[in-house]
Design a protein around this ligand. Structure first.
Ligand SMILES: Cc1cc2nc3c(=O)[nH]c(=O)nc-3n(C[C@H](O)[C@H](O)[C@H](O)COP(=O)(O)OP(=O)(O)OC[C@H]3O[C@@H](n4cnc5c(N)ncnc54)[C@H](O)[C@@H]3O)c2cc1C
Length: 238
């Protein structure tokens, strides 16, 4: 925690306890209920340094403040990227934001994924639903230093095919020879030809060496619990 907060202060040159103003540069609708905001600083701090896994407090003026993970690339601090599912008061107000609107940002907060200590090992990312957003910075980190890691696998589960996040990026990742990507849906609709079932079913199919593998898991509580149980069955370190 100590290390993380210091990193935020050092890279931002700003007090992480203060709310800074950011302007919406771009809004991208990922799915019917999930959107990504690309934000840029308007009050002097040009770059927003963070470590993969951290989150910010986002303030929608006049509505409220909520925690949202940073979903962008840690090596591209010129934009702050947040991917949010609209579920309630603040997130629904956030979905109405347009290019040029201003939000308040406090952060970054929270522990980061210990990615440097995973070098040399196989890494299995397991994401459920919106959980892919907090894991994405860690994916960027690992893929930008691909030669430092062993096998890299992403297991991703959503409710239905229309809930798949970052679809184009997933397709790009799927086409790489140095990365295994498996996507499953709870319920197949449309012309879905992929896996059907909960994401934990993919754990036993993924090609990696249990002894040398570390898993990064993010998603709903129940999904994380079952993922860990599944990993423990095969003696992988959660
Ligand atoms: C560290 C951290 C990181 C997070 N990162 C992300 C992220 O990257 N992306 C993301 O999308 N979320 C993330 N979240 C979750 C996000 O913070 C919450 O979704 C958000 O705070 C909800 O705020 P809200 O005001 O929109 O919803 P609220 O209005 O507080 O509603 C929350 C829940 O209550 C339900 N609810 C609301 N009103 C009613 C009602 N009248 N009756 C019954 N149920 C109701 C909603 O359906 C919703 O499920 C994160 C949370 C934490 C703690």
């Amino acid at each position: 925690m100590e290390k993380t907060i210091k990193a935020g202060v050092r890279r931002n040159g700003a007090d992480h306890l203060r709310t800074n103003q950011y302007r919406v540069k771009r809004v991208h609708n990922e799915t019917h209920d999930t959107f990504t905001l690309y934000l840029e600083s308007i009050n002097g701090t040009r770059e927003f340094g963070f470590e993969a896994g951290q989150f910010n407090m986002l303030y929608v003026y006049g509505i409220g403040e909520i925690p949202i993970s940073i979903s962008g690339d840690p090596s591209r601090p010129e934009f702050l990227v947040h991917t949010t599912r609209a579920v309630g008061t603040v997130t629904k107000a956030m979905r109405e934001l347009k290019r040029g609107d201003v939000v308040g940002i406090r952060g970054p907060y929270g522990a980061s994924w210990p990615l440097d200590s995973l070098e040399g090992r196989d890494v299995v990312f397991i994401a459920g639903g919106i959980g892919l957003a907090p894991l994405r910075p860690a994916m960027y980190h690992v893929l930008s230093r691909r030669e430092l890691y062993g096998k890299v696998v992403l297991l991703y589960g959503t409710r239905t095919p229309i809930d798949i996040l970052f679809r184009k990026e997933l397709e790009t990742w799927k086409s790489r020879f140095d990365l295994d990507v498996y996507v499953t849906v709870d319920r197949a609709i449309g012309n879905w030809r992929g896996y059907v079932g909960v994401v934990t079913l993919l754990v036993s199919r993924a090609p990696y060496t249990p002894r040398d593998t570390v898993s990064l898991v993010c998603g709903p509580e129940i999904m994380m619990r079952y993922s860990i149980m599944e990993l423990e069955k095969t003696r992988r370190e959660p």
